[in-house]
Design a protein around this ligand. Structure first.
Ligand SMILES: [Zn+2]
Length: 235
């Protein structure tokens, strides 16, 4: 076993989702010695940028995964894709089994995914959140599950877990900008990223917010603390 013994897997629907939900958190995990993997379920082929769509543009299946690889280049975070078609994911047996295999293969101890309970969120996000949470409950080595913040309006997200991402906030903005095919989307631009980090800080850690810190926030259905038990960590 290397590093912290923590193996973090972010299971998300589309290229760019892991950066949106948890870029700074995944970087912090990596910095602390965890093995970190981003698993993107779809190739994101339907996500043509607003400006390019107006010109009738299409994007190739591999193009958005190339952008995701560029977003994480040099960070030590592994990126892989399941190659599913986006827009119509269902949390059925096939998807749950596929994700369970990924989590088992990577001996996942901490799962980060979409909130399955968010309102108004993209149908693929809800399907992945549901399927990934379901898969994680079957695996004894998964000790912590975190749901990242959706960007849908009125999503009713109530974070209880806060991660200080101040040292990685500028890198997060740069990583989101690597998704060039998505240019023009407000939720990928710096003002929203900075707002969200500050908003989460003011909601959960106002003293830190007052000192200029930014946070990523998570809901959690499972959070295991102080798990340095030899038997548990070797499983
Ligand atoms: Zn998405």
């Amino acid at each position: 076993m290397t590093g912290s013994g923590e193996r973090v897997v972010a299971v998300v629907a589309h290229p760019d989702d892991a950066e949106l939900l948890a870029y700074g958190t995944l970087r912090r995990y990596r910095q602390s010695g965890a093995e970190v993997t981003v698993v993107t379920a779809t190739h994101g082929g339907a996500g043509v940028s607003l400006t390019d769509a107006a010109d009738g543009a299409r994007i190739g299946h591999g193009q958005r995964m190339v952008e995701t690889a560029a977003a994480w280049a040099g960070t030590g975070v592994d990126v892989t894709g399941l190659g599913l078609a986006d827009g119509a994911l269902r949390a059925d047996r096939d998807l749950i089994t596929l994700i369970e295999q990924e989590l088992a293969h990577r001996s996942c101890t901490t799962l980060i995914t979409h909130s399955p309970r968010a309102r108004n969120d993209h149908q693929d996000h809800l399907a992945i959140g549901t399927a990934a949470h379901n898969a994680a409950t079957r695996l004894p080595q998964v000790r912590t599950v975190l749901f990242g913040q959706p960007h849908a309006p009125g999503a009713r997200f109530t974070p209880t877990v806060a991660v200080d991402i101040t040292p990685f906030l500028n890198d997060k903005i740069t990583a989101l900008a690597r998704h060039r095919t998505q240019g023009g989307r407000w939720y990928l631009d710096a003002p929203y990223t900075r707002h969200r980090a500050a908003d989460t800080a003011w909601r959960l850690r106002p003293h830190a917010a007052a000192e200029g810190h930014g946070f990523e926030g998570f809901e959690t259905p499972l959070l295991t603390l102080l798990h340095h038990d030899a038997k548990e960590t070797s499983r």
